[in-house]
Design a protein around this ligand. Sequence first.
Ligand code: TXA
Ligand code: MG
Length: 330
Amino acid sequence: MNVGQTTKILPAGEAAVAAAARCLAEGGLVAFPTETVYGLGADATNAAAIARLYEAKGRPSFNPLIAHVRDLRAAERIACFDQNAIALASAFWPGPLTLVLAKTNDCPVADLATAGLETIAIRVPAHPLAREILRAFGGPVVAPSANLSGHVSPTTAAHVQSDLAGRIDLIVDGGAVEVGVESTIVGCFEVPMLLRPGGVPRGEIERVLGRTLAQPPDDPNGDSGQPLAPGMLASHYAPRTRVRLDAERIESGEALLAFGSGAVQGIDAATAVMNLSARGDLAEAAANLFGYLRALDAGGARAIAVMPVPHHGLGEAINDRLRRAAVGRE
Ligand code: TXA
Ligand code: MG
């Protein structure tokens, strides 16, 4: 795909599903909703399509992709499932959980998609449109979030359009997504490890495993060799506007990203106020997070001040994304 080509946008429906499957089979790039965020899909077995995908996103090519499949049977063709992996897949698939597992010997996924790693990240998405597209296409689909590399993840088709119009073939518009933060990533290593907090809270995973999840080493992207989860680059989710965390008062020229009903000093001076969840609901906050960050980023404020968000349940994923949004801009 050449930059400057027109990007088709189709509303959810049979015609869109058929067009998406056809486009994937021809090596094209299709953005579609999953329950977490919109993904940018390509045929996981087609190295040329994947190369175009990296190009469209402007993504560093060392960042491996998640293979999306329709069910556990399809997943077992590309990765080796141990007992922990089976337990997690049975409990959370389809849904916002990604498992990192050893590849099978005859794994059909192109090496470019796994950036040369021996492991592969897989998930079975729950969104009905994503599932229909996977069924119609019939093979594994790699799909990173459908944004330009480094931008916040898209939770509506309009977000995808503003980042990728002219760079991809098709956007399937299925409305706003439900979860709003990306999938939780668990490395099913000898000791299972939480590689990225996300749509399934840590506690639920630990309950199924009957043990606590290990933390990745402090600096997974350091000089120590292969990154464990290179997408954990410190500033992965950065808006252009500076982001200031744990704000208790508003400085002049700042916009406010609020949470709950607590008070903030100087709120009248805020250039804009958006509340992730006035009633303090973390699921609602996760669903609103990336859209509100985008909206406030576009408003031209001097900085985005963010109220503290509790760290339990989905709060761990929300705080992870907020911390990354703030890195390098303090
Ligand atoms: O919710 C989601 O997971 C969304 C939707 C579209 O499915 N996808 C998504 O993909 O967030 P992406 O590419 O933005 O993030 C994939 C993450 C990156 O942090 C990447 O480093 C990690 O998965 N990853 C992929 N393969 C890996 C592997 N073999 N080992 C460790 N981490 C891996
Ligand atoms: Mg992403």
